[in-house]
Design a binder for this molecule. Sequence first.
Ligand SMILES: [Zn+2]
Length: 343
Amino acid sequence: MRFAQLTEPRLVEIVSAPDPTPEAGQVVVEIASCGVGGSDRRAWEMGAVATPAWFGHEWTGKVVAVGAGVVDRFEGQRVVAGVSSSCGICAPCCVGRTQNCRTVLEQIVGLDPLSATHGGFATHTVADARRVVPVFDAISSRDAALIEPAAVAAHAIARSGLRFGDVVVVVGSGTVGLLTSELARLAGAAHVVSVDTSAARNELACDLGADAAFTSVEDSLHHWLADTTNGVGADIVFTCVDTAEALTAGLSLVSSGGVIVAVGVGDRIDNLSVTALLSREADFRVSLGYNVDDLRRVQSLMEEDRLRVRPLLQDSADLDQLQTVFETGARKTVGPPKVLITP
Ligand SMILES: [Zn+2]
């Protein structure tokens, strides 16, 4: 087998290793594709990643070997990297906060004890069988690569408490931003507005159902919102960019009693104005990862093409082109946002 390893800032190498064999509770997955996400780009730039399995975590593929004690997973089954249901034994689960299960969080960030020593930029990987989620039959293997990012967007929608008729602004039209915009519409938003510096991405956002798109949180957006909402403002603002500036800009759009949800967050949010939140009694929420229910819901929408993911996909690149993908695509803002690595 072969897998990508970060060796220094801005350098990945493809290394060979013996084919993995599954330990008890694990499955081996032959990778069909792995999406390149924002956290992968940051890891490449820094030469470091939070956990080895996190570098390339949007993978999908086929089970090729099953370890002892594994139930409901079998050879030939198409699967996607996800999370298990809540464990029932961690501290949050024991007090009934199963939505904050620590085991699920560990799986999302690659800290669970059965995760691989590398990510999904690989020909094969091993994983805890419980966090490997079957792909619905009607979803193509190529589209399946977007189940994981779609679940991230679905979780943000759930965290926002969106209600039908809401006016929604989505700051950032990368993969998660575009999927959040689509899901907000499907969830019953009356108006969805996208904000991105890229004109091409704004066009794509509108193709996918956004009512309007702006290149920044400028006067014209404020005027548009004021006109559309009779001066009330946006009920919900999602920031799908990992900069503090996006939060500050987004906060200026939230209505009194509205909600701002940080989907992408960088290391610090220290210039978020508490006064701006206070004066509106607005809620500031964060959204981290997803749960098994989010994965099910997005697959239900994808199998009937109600959640359209194909327009978000660029041409695929193979594993040996990963370094080039990072070099040429690190700041790519034209065309579809998601590059898939197909080993
Ligand atoms: Zn738990």
